[in-house]
Ligand binder design. Structure first.
Ligand SMILES: [Zn+2]
Length: 466
């Protein structure tokens, strides 16, 4: 999150991460299995968009049958009852109707559960511990070392995985440099548990627009972004961030929100059109995509005109810009829950506009759905503390007019498309990563069940079991 407010809360040490790793056959060297998994995730994690090779069948293949009471496979958002998912090593090898292997020793019995693809959150900040107010934010940047923040991030990614998010896009470190690249690496190398990640590193904003702000001119303070002015500096920053591991480029396109008399959410644009276009052009030349924090009228308009790939937050989007988003295929990552979470605290700290923004956001969300904009699930976790389950977002999306099936698709197949990983994640299908979660009951009837994921498998490895 950011812009005119932040918050705080340090996660308590996570407990009870139930590991339920499949048991290797007695003749199988455990080391080989570990090495294969490490290789597989490294190959995928470091080269987004390049499918890893598929392991040849051998006696060392690990086969597990997951018997699901029902399965929502992710593309349609509809449930199919009594299904067996066959997992070979880290991939789904088959999806079969019925209890295909009754009594088999290597079966995980989820006959009382609904299985779904691993959830995907396309807007997180694993290096942030919540920021309702500016004081919360400043304290993290001024009093926590990057090293300490990275330690906290290792707890946050484990929480994300245990909540059921097997993939995330982390859209900037809020002043913690390139620590997201290291967190991703530690996950991919099997050092710590966490979701597969795409990362945006430092993000960009113009001089005087991004916290820390308000300190005496002679007091040098850190900033939550890389400060960039002018098209050339923008191009240079893109090159620099990509060279240090950025999968995405993140820009902050507006700030300073107020509601006009006609109900439009007005803002102060940050970058000029020329600057934004240069950043987008440079990122696209280097096969990276651009995520734009854009909350109000001008920020959104300038972003879609510059050709960004995703609009983050988008509390107000003019109808004309919604049309352009449909024409360009621009994704809308709406982050509703965080707005509600911070509204009262920010109003109390002198920014009542955050309370008014909720109804504007709802109207925009409904217009975006009607216009046919691609809506991808994203929460701004880290903008609220990681002790809050980001899956609370689902209930807001349904309250604002989505069907539960549509909300689930936004966090599975649509989110996978946004990441460019449709061929790897986002649905339970032959050949894709065995990223599977389950809940007790039917989330189509009660979407809040997704706040209580009780089974998590990532890469064919069970992380949590009922
Ligand atoms: Zn954010």
């Amino acid at each position: 999150m950011q812009k005119d407010g932040r918050w705080s809360s340090v996660p308590s040490p996570s407990s009870g991460q139930a590991k339920f790793n499949r048991r290797p056959k007695s003749h199988e060297p455990a080391l080989y299995r570990e090495m294969f998994l490490v290789w597989a995730v490294c190959a995928f994690g470091f080269l987004p968009g390049i499918p890893p090779r598929v392991a040849a069948q051998s006696s060392a293949d690990k086969i597990v049958h997951i018997h699901c009471g029902s399965l929502i496979e992710g593309k349609t958002g509809e449930a199919r009852s009594n299904v067996t998912v066959v997992v070979k090593n880290d991939r789904v090898s088959e999806v079969i109707s019925g209890d295909a292997f009754p009594g088999a020793a290597n079966t995980i019995d989820l006959s009382q559960e609904t299985c779904l693809p691993g959830l995907i959150d396309t807007h997180t900040h694993v290096l942030l511990q919540g920021d309702v107010t500016a004081a919360d934010y400043d304290e993290q940047l001024l009093k926590q070392s990057t090293e300490y923040r990275a330690i906290l991030a290792t707890v946050n990614v484990r929480r994300a995985l245990e909540y059921g998010f097997t993939t995330i896009r982390d859209v900037e470190t809020e002043g913690a440099g390139y620590a997201d690249v290291d967190v991703k690496r530690a996950i991919n190398e099997g050092v710590i548990p966490g979701p597969r990640m795409q990362v945006a590193t430092r993000a960009m904003d113009v001089t005087g627009a991004y916290p820390l702000l308000g300190y005496a001119p002679n007091v040098p303070v850190p900033h939550g972004v890389e400060v960039v002015d002018g098209a050339d500096e923008g191009r240079k920053a893109v090159r620099e961030q990509i060279s240090h591991g950025a999968d995405w480029i993140k820009v902050y396109s507006d700030r300073g929100y107020r509601v006009r008399e006609d109900g439009v959410l007005d803002d102060i644009p940050t970058f000029t059109a020329e600057e934004l276009k240069a950043i987008v052009d440079e990122a696209h030349r280097e096969r990276r995509k651009v995520a734009s924090h854009a909350i109000g009228l001008h920020g959104v308009h300038n972003s879609v005109e510059a050709g960004v790939d995703t609009i983050e937050h988008g509390d107000y989007i003019a109808d004309g810009d919604l049309k352009t988003m449909v024409a360009h295929g621009t994704y809308y990552v709406n982050t509703i829950y965080v707005g509600d979470y911070v509204a009262q605290g920010r109003a109390a700290a002198g920014a009542p506009v955050w309370v008014k923004m909720l109804s504007i956001h709802e109207d925009t969300f409904r217009r975006a759905m009607k216009a046919g904009v691609k809506i991808a699930f994203g929460t701004d976790a880290g903008g609220f503390p990681w002790t809050e389950n980001p899956a609370k977002e689902f209930a807001y999306m349904v309250k604002w007019g989505m069907t539960p099936g549509q909300a689930i698709r936004s966090a599975t197949s649509t989110a996978a498309e946004l990441l460019g990983w449709s061929d790897q994640v986002g649905s339970v299908e032959t050949g894709k990563y065995a990223d599977i979660v389950a809940v007790a009951g039917d989330p189509i009837k009660d979407i809040t069940l997704l706040e209580h994921v009780n089974f998590v498998m990532k890469n064919g490895v069970v992380i949590k079991h009922p």
